[in-house]
Write a protein that binds this ligand. Sequence first.
Ligand SMILES: CC(C)(COP(=O)(O)OP(=O)(O)OC[C@H]1O[C@@H](n2cnc3c(N)ncnc32)[C@H](O)[C@@H]1OP(=O)(O)O)[C@@H](O)C(=O)NCCC(=O)NCCS
Length: 226
Amino acid sequence: MADMPAECAELAFLFPDGVRMACIRVQDAPRRLHDAERVYVKKAVEKRRREFSAGRFCAREALRQLGCNAGPIAQDAGGAPLWPEDIVGAITHSSTYAAAAVAGKSHLRGIGIDLEAVSRVSEMIAGKILTGPEKARLQNEPDPQERQRLLALIFSAKEAVYKCLHPITQGRIGFEDACIECEPSRSVLRIQLSARIRPFFPGIQGLPGRYCFFYDTVCAAVWLAA
Ligand SMILES: CC(C)(COP(=O)(O)OP(=O)(O)OC[C@H]1O[C@@H](n2cnc3c(N)ncnc32)[C@H](O)[C@@H]1OP(=O)(O)O)[C@@H](O)C(=O)NCCC(=O)NCCS
């Protein structure tokens, strides 16, 4: 594993064996893109370009660890990264950090990773993204700070689920299609999939995942076994 920022050390333990990942502070990432990638941010503002470059840097670093000498990483019409054949992966960036995780398709069928700044997740999204059981769990949390962390974690986990599953279903996955449970003592996530999308994944009720908090950031990692 290449050096990660010290505060992100826990990220290295989120995914199962066989997954390679990289994380960097956006401000420290080299601003190198292939011409074939630059087209995606040609009209973007500087902040977006910096984050995009940092994400691509992490993706290439993770692929290198997997023994894959990656060239440009293009994107599909929906914005998902197009990985080399036989590889699955995901990219994320907050304004401070970028990260990417990849694995061979013989290990995993899907990967999702997401970083969110906890304080930037607004309570206003709760009504839009939470399922009934998630709402109840949040309402049972008396400490406002813990409530904020829990909401950010649920949101981050749902974004990670989307990145993991959308490339497979290619169809609409809504926030109601994943119900997030967390086990704080082990930093484990259990994600129940809705009856609507389970037919895409015969024999699978849900996805495993893990998470960590550092500074004002939460990182959620989920995966789908091969
Ligand atoms: C696509 C989405 C998940 C990105 O998440 P985000 O928190 O806004 O931003 P992040 O920085 O963490 O991730 C951005 C990266 O996601 C990846 N991404 C974008 N669309 C994607 C897709 N359809 N599938 C997989 N990955 C995708 C890209 O790599 C992108 O970075 P890049 O453009 O620099 O390459 C988000 O914008 C979105 O559409 N969310 C809807 C989630 C949802 O409906 N969840 C319900 C499932 S429970």
